[in-house]
Design a protein around this ligand. Structure first.
Ligand SMILES: *Cc1c(COP(=O)(O)O)cnc(C)c1O
Length: 387
């Protein structure tokens, strides 16, 4: 990848220069007052980004997968039942973790590109008592956006905790954790939060913390136990020294900057920008005759997943890369070889949309696909110009 190439995969993403320059600062100690101030502000800003004034934030060195396992390890005990609203690859991973931590898992599945209906989820919830319901807000393998608000309200009705994997959504899609009754939401630093990879972020609401406190069996991992991290996070937020395991000083300092930029833009404006960018991107791809993997009505705004046209395969991803734009191949096990993915979250701009659509278009023309040069770019441009 060249220095001026554009990174358009569903995480990690292009970062704002001010976020990157934070990483190049002098190394500070984890109890340095400057760092403690940054960590404290990071925790407070996360409550704003998740729209969760009542939640306890945890920011722990690791990836989104660690954030998922923190949820599973702390919220389920052997013998519990969990319902997984399954929209693809990352829902399967969540199920694996719930099972490893002792839960019996029931899936409500949809065909790839669709989401289970609320009626199907309600019917599953009515079959027995579930302690936990999990939803992948945006499934990165299919580009499906789940109706978290509706599923969360069903979970609440049936007395199950609602856990949301928001790794590919928080910071790009609206998630109102408190208002929608989501008990635990999680993400990672490298997706729509706009920071480098390496931080797991978990927001545990009051009911999730109460369930953890009421456990009758200990969390089966010391590193994963909320009990180790809670006093440390409370101390940092209050600017008092505490230690359990060294916080990722530089990454947290970079995340502080990206959260500041996010709140300065304003959540509503940020979500609207993601809608505009996604709509333009998709208009461009449609004008080139590419079919969307996610069905209409459940398409995420943080990434697009498109089927390759006839006669084209994963070599397209490489060809687009050679045109200066890095995109991603398929991920869903059943369809992997048949589609590609384009991430468009975080600092993504109108210029990035046009550069990406153009690179795909040039690659298709080079592959002798019947595409009129400019057709995709012009369709995307019309959306971006408000036409
Ligand atoms: C990327 C992603 C994950 C995993 O995050 P890692 O940082 O790669 O461990 C989990 N869930 C979703 C929805 C994701 O997009």
């Amino acid at each position: 990848m060249g220095e001026r190439d554009l990174l358009m995969i569903p995480g990690p993403i292009e970062l704002e220069p001010s976020v990157l320059s934070r990483l190049a600062e002098k190394q500070r100690g984890h109890l340095d007052p400057v760092f403690m101030g940054r960590f404290s502000r990071t925790l407070k800003r996360l409550r704003e980004v998740f729209q969760a004034p009542s939640a306890q934030p945890f920011v722990i060195a690791g990836t989104g997968t660690l954030a998922m396992e923190l949820a599973a390890a702390n919220l389920v005990q052997p013998g519990d039942h969990a319902l997984v609203v399954n929209t693809g690859y990352f829902s399967d991973r969540m199920a694996l973790m719930l099972e490893r931590h002792g839960a019996a898992v029931t899936h409500v599945r949809a065909t790839p590109g669709a989401a289970p209906s609320t009626a199907e989820v309600a019917a599953a919830l009515a079959t027995r008592k579930f302690q936990v319901l999990t939803v992948t807000h945006v499934d990165t393998s299919t580009g499906v956006l789940a109706d978290v608000k509706a599923y969360a309200s069903l979970a609440r009705e049936h007395g199950a905790l609602c856990v949301v994997d928001g790794v590919c959504s928080i910071g790009a899609e609206d998630l109102q954790q408190d208002a929608w009754g989501v008990d635990l939401a999680l993400t990672a630093s490298q997706k729509a939060l706009g920071a480098p990879p390496g931080l797991a972020v978990v927001m545990a609401g009051p009911r999730a913390l109460a369930a953890w406190k009421a456990r009758t069996s200990p969390v089966r991992s010391v590193y994963l136990d909320f009990g180790e991290w809670l006093p440390v996070h409370q101390a940092y937020e209050a600017l008092t020294p505490a230690y359990f395991a060294t916080p990722a000083v530089n990454l947290i300092s970079a995340l502080e900057v990206s959260l500041e930029l996010m709140l300065a833009e304003g959540l509503a404006a940020r979500f609207a920008r993601h809608v505009r960018v996604a709509t333009a991107m998709r208009a461009g791809f449609e004008a080139m005759g590419l079919a969307s993997l996610p069905q209409a009505g459940v398409r995420a705004h943080s990434l697009s997943a498109l089927y390759y046209p006839a006669g084209v395969d994963a070599a397209l991803v490489k060809a687009v890369g050679a045109q200066g734009v890095t995109i991603a191949g398929g991920l869903h096990p059943e369809l992997k070889a048949k589609y590609f993915r384009v991430g468009h979250m975080g600092a993504v701009s109108a210029n990035d949309v046009l550069a990406t659509v153009s690179a795909v278009e040039r690659s298709l023309v080079a592959a002798k696909v019947a595409v009129a040069p400019g057709a995709g770019v012009s369709a995307a441009e019309r959306v971006l110009s408000g036409g």
